[in-house]
Design a protein around this ligand. Structure first.
Ligand code: SF4
Ligand code: SF4
Length: 333
């Protein structure tokens, strides 16, 4: 990627995020056709798209523990683990960049608050005393999953779970969650949509445990947003435009786990070299380097997984067809 204009950073980010979004929608549609054919006892005309497993981070956390503890790489839903590892690596190296550059829910969330801004003329901010405890909700949810999976479940229990019929069809069950929505789900999604219109990134900011985990891991990322106090003219554009509502113009480094490395602040800064992604005491990372690193790291990992046979599920069509009649009755063991 050649040298890019700062104002183009946002366009590139939207292009990447929406490309991922469209791929996910297309994969979801393909998966729907695949499942429909199986349900009707037909031979699917389309293959099962592994990328749908990106929506199974809890199972992926179990797989990760099993892989680390026993060296067993789950091949039932390997893409779930690959995508999870990709998001974690990004967080450890390049802040919570998975959330702002890759995640399709992040793209949707971004679009919804912008629509809200057009409708209401502004986005609202929850007062500080409520904002803090609300933000901790996603960490509480994350702590719960970490406690159950990392502390309570033994590798043997995880291996047993990952061999159950439930795990084999959990992607289909997830699809059904959206295609056969209960009234409660519809109301919940409707409320979330309404809140997302009013408040910037409501789901990501307050509720997403995946983002909570990535945020905590991003605290050790060597890359931070750095403001050069000697060059900054205190225009406040960075703070005004930060989707995570961070006080960028008041800090030298942004250490917050809420920073997604979206570079929106950098793209709005009118002074050359006043604001950058950088490693402390090192030269700034040019935006094109940061963006290339995000893309190469994440999609390179997927490519490696494909080449090494760790992307496609090992569950056969016959196995899935046999399980389809029980899809609604299979419960979490
Ligand atoms: S500080 Fe900058 S990079 Fe971090 S979330 Fe805010 S706008 Fe994005
Ligand atoms: S946008 Fe740039 S110049 Fe303006 S306050 Fe932020 S860092 Fe300083």
């Amino acid at each position: 990627m050649g040298k890019i204009n700062r104002s183009d950073i946002r366009k590139i980010r939207y292009a990447i995020q929406w490309a991922v979004f469209l791929i996910v929608i297309y994969s979801g549609y393909k998966f729907y056709l695949f499942t429909q054919a199986l349900e009707q006892g037909l031979m699917p005309a389309v293959s099962r798209p592994p990328s749908v497993e990106g929506f199974m981070p809890i199972g992926a956390l179990m797989s990760l523990k099993l892989w680390i503890a026993e060296g067993i790489f789950d091949l039932i839903h390997p893409a779930a683990l690959v995508i999870f590892i990709g998001a974690i690596l990004l967080a450890i190296l390049l802040k919570k960049s998975f959330c702002s550059w890759i995640c399709p829910v992040g793209a949707l969330s971004d679009a919804v608050w912008k629509i809200g801004k057009r409708i209401f003329g502004k986005n609202f901010a929850i007062i500080k005393y409520i904002d803090y405890p609300l933000r901790s909700l996603k960490y509480i949810l994350m702590a719960f999953f970490l406690y159950v999976i990392i502390i309570k479940m033994t590798p043997v229990q995880i291996a047993e779970f990952l061999n159950t019929p439930y795990w084999k069809v959990s992607d289909i069950k997830l699809l059904k969650f959206f295609t056969e929505m209960s009234l409660t789900t519809k109301i919940t999604l409707g409320v979330l949509f309404g809140l997302s219109l009013l408040y910037k990134n409501f789901w990501c900011r307050y509720l997403c445990p995946y983002g909570g985990l990535l945020g905590l891991l991003s605290s050790i990322s060597p890359v931070k947003i750095r403001r050069d106090k000697t060059k900054c003219i205190q225009c406040g554009l960075c703070t005004k435009n930060c989707p995570s509502l961070l006080p960028v113009d008041k800090k030298e480094f942004i250490h917050s786990p809420e920073c997604t490395g979206c570079l929106t602040c950098v793209s709005h800064c009118p002074v050359r070299d006043a604001l950058d992604a950088a490693i402390p005491n090192r030269k700034a990372l040019r935006p094109e380097i940061f963006i290339s690193a995000v893309v190469v790291l994440f999609f390179g990992l997927i490519l490696i997984a494909k080449v090494t046979g760790k992307w496609h599920s090992s569950v056969s069509l016959d196995e899935l067809r046999d399980l389809m009649p029980f899809i609604h009755t299979l419960a979490h063991p």
